[in-house]
Design a protein around this ligand. Structure first.
Ligand code: ACO
Length: 166
C-alpha cells in the first residue's frame, strides 16, 4: 500500500517506466515516502537536517496544495526503497505570451545505485512532465562536474548561474 500521491500518476511517462531496470518503479512522491528513505536519498545533495515526519508531512501537504506547480518524483528499488528523486517547478511568466518555464531541482540518486541510468530516468520523467504541462523550456543549475551528465540528458550549456545567500 502506498500513501497519498503528490500529483496524478497519469503524468508519469510510460516509456520511462518501461526503460527502468526490472523491479524498479517511478511515481510521484507519496505521503509515506519518509519511511522509504526519501530524505536519505536527498542527502547525496547537501546537508538535510534532522527533519521529523511532521515536518515532512507539512511540506508534502503544502506541495500537494500547489501540485499544479510542484512535481516531485521518486524511483523505487525492487525492495520498495526510494533510490532516486527529482523535482520540476513550473513558473508562470508574463513574457513569452504568459509562458511557462520548468525549473529542475534536487536531482539525487543513492550512492550505491548510481551508474544504472536512474539519474537519466529521473530527468526524462521531469522533462515529460514539463512538456506535458506546456513549458516552453526546462532549465536547471548544476556544478561543472555534472555538466556531462546533463548533456547526456539532452541539455545544453546556456548563460551563467548567480547566487546571493541571505
Ligand atoms: N561525468 C560524466 N558523465 C556522467 C556523470 C559525470 N559526473 N554522471 C553521469 N554521467 C553519465 C553516465 O556515464 C551515463 O552515460 P552513458 O549513457 O554514456 O552511459 C549518463 O551520464 C547517465 O548517467 P546515470 O547512470 O543516469 O547517472 P546516475 O544515476 O549516477 O545519476 C547524478 C547522476 C544524479 C548526478 C548522481 O550521480 C547523483 O545523485 N549525484 C550526487 C547529487 C548531484 O550532484 N545531483 C545533481 C545536482 S544538480 C540539480 O539538482 C539540478
Amino acid at each position: 500500500m502506498t500513501g497519498q500521491l503528490l500529483f496524478s500518476a497519469s503524468l508519469i511517462s510510460p516509456e520511462v517506466q518501461a526503460a527502468l531496470p526490472p523491479g524498479y518503479k517511478v511515481r510521484p512522491l507519496a505521503s509515506d515516502d519518509y519511511e522509504r528513505g526519501f530524505l536519505d536519498t536527498l542527502a547525496v545533495l547537501t546537508e538535510i537536517g534532522d527533519i521529523s515526519k511532521a515536518q515532512f508531512l507539512e511540506r508534502f501537504n503544502y506541495l500537494k496544495q500547489h501540485n499544479h506547480e510542484y512535481f516531485t518524483i521518486v524511483i523505487l528499488s525492487p525492495d520498495d526503497r526510494v533510490v532516486g528523486a527529482g523535482t520540476i517547478f513550473v513558473e508562470r511568466k508574463f513574457i513569452r505570451n504568459t509562458g511557462l518555464v520548468g525549473h529542475i531541482e534536487d536531482i539525487a540518486v543513492n550512492k550505491n545505485q548510481q551508474g544504472k541510468k536512474l539519474g537519466l530516468r529521473v530527468i526524462q520523467t521531469l522533462k515529460y512532465i514539463g512538456a506535458n504541462r506546456g513549458c516552453y523550456k526546462v532549465i536547471l543549475d548544476c556544478s561543472e562536474k555534472n555538466v556531462p551528465f546533463y548533456e547526456k540528458c539532452g541539455f545544453t550549456r546556456k548563460e551563467v548561474e548567480m547566487a546571493w545567500y541571505c
